[in-house]
Ligand binder design. Structure first.
Ligand code: SF4
Length: 364
């Protein structure tokens, strides 16, 4: 099979066969990287895999998956063709595990080295680390790539064992995240991320939030990605219903609120229903509704961190409000003209002691 065709199929498979037909260009996605948002080609070195993770397209026992391999030489060449045409600016290289993790990673690292050395490619490269790879190989991967990732997939060892036999959070993945953390410590521009699936086991949001909180506190992870489960035909989970994508979105929101808005794990305990976040409500608004004794907040006196806890107010709006009130006391909604989400915000604030939100005479 001609190489570009192989690369097209490997790239299509790298996005988990969501579409029946896909051009290589359609496998290019905009990735948020330390160098900004750039078009990235996501591709597999091979779709062969010796492991049998029950949720995965590439599991050993799935007959429908075309098994392909592109040599480092040819993958680097195919990528450079796209790069020279200006279609991509970076590469996300993943792979099934063929032979053993060491051998697989060697091929992936060879691909990157060819790009760096033969083609002098200085752009963004993200390498997925294979479970079971050695310390030396991880060090080499961190040396040649801008970003590496180790997908934890789930938050508990026993859960991982049920869905991905042979992988271990405690004996392999966490020590690797720790190692990468040390390696990138003094390297500006290098980063690591991880991914957790949502809805593949019986894990609750509470468990996921706690795990993410632990990871964020302990390591320099640029991001924890969440991926809502969807069933792949021909796998043991093919009849399991897909996870509601809103669950993924709610987890991103909570993670953001904890990392940037000063919310704590405890803040969200009150809004969990059987351990899960409400799907129909933004978590900040759900938190506010569960803590109505803290509202309304007087907008002229609230500090920055109180402002960003008000539903509808983000960092930019909080700064805008602070700038406006430096000029004059805010006394009516007219003083907030042009502020986004104003109707929502008015339900949680007073202006010079007066409430203009839902149910107030001023709004009727
Ligand atoms: S090791 Fe990776 S590619 Fe292989 S079956 Fe598991 S998740 Fe899929």
């Amino acid at each position: 099979m001609e190489d570009l065709k192989k690369l097209r199929i490997l790239s299509r498979l790298a996005v988990f066969e969501r579409d029946g037909h896909m051009d290589l260009e359609k496998c290019i996605y905009m990735a948020s990287t330390p160098k900004g948002s750039v078009p990235i080609l996501k591709v597999m070195q091979t779709t062969m895999c010796d492991k049998n993770c029950i949720y995965c397209t590439f599991r050993r026992d799935r007959d429908e998956t075309p098994r392909l391999y592109v040599s480092p030489d040819n993958l680097a060449k195919g990528f450079m063709e796209l790069y020279r045409r200006g279609a991509v600016k970076g590469l996300f290289l993943s792979s099934g595990i063929f032979g053993n993790p060491e051998f697989t990673m060697e091929k992936m690292i060879d691909t990157v080295k060819i790009l760096r050395e033969r083609y002098a490619f200085k752009g963004y490269i993200h390498l997925k680390l294979m479970p079971g790879a050695s310390v030396q190989t991880v060090e080499e991967a961190v040396r040649v790539a801008d970003r590496v990732s180790i997908n934890l997939e789930t938050s508990k060892e026993e859960r991982l064992k049920r869905i991905a036999k042979g992988k271990s959070i405690l004996n392999d993945m966490l020590p690797k995240i720790e190692l990468v953390d040390k390696l990138i410590k003094n390297h500006k521009g290098k980063s690591q991320i991880t991914q957790m699936m949502v809805g593949v086991g019986e894990e609750k949001d509470e468990e996921i939030i706690k795990a993410v909180h632990f990871l964020n506190r302990r390591y320099r992870l640029s991001r924890v990605y969440f991926s809502a489960f969807f069933p792949i035909p021909g796998t043991p989970l093919e009849n399991k219903p897909p996870e509601d994508p809103r669950r993924e979105h709610r987890l991103y929101q909570v993670d953001f609120l904890i990392r940037h808005y000063g919310f704590s794990l405890e803040d969200f305990q009150k809004i969990l229903l059987n351990g899960n976040l409400p799907l129909d409500k933004d978590p900040k608004e759900a938190w506010a509704l569960a803590n109505l004794d803290l509202f309304p907040v007087e907008l002229n006196r609230a500090d920055y961190y109180t402002l960003i806890r008000i539903p509808g107010i983000g960092e930019t709006t909080a700064r805008e409000i602070m700038a406006r009130r430096r000029l004059k006391k805010l006394t009516t909604p007219e003083d907030l003209r042009g502020i986004r989400n104003l109707r929502k915000i008015l339900n949680y604030i007073t202006l010079d002691g007066k409430y203009y939100g839902k149910g107030s005479r001023a709004m009727s």
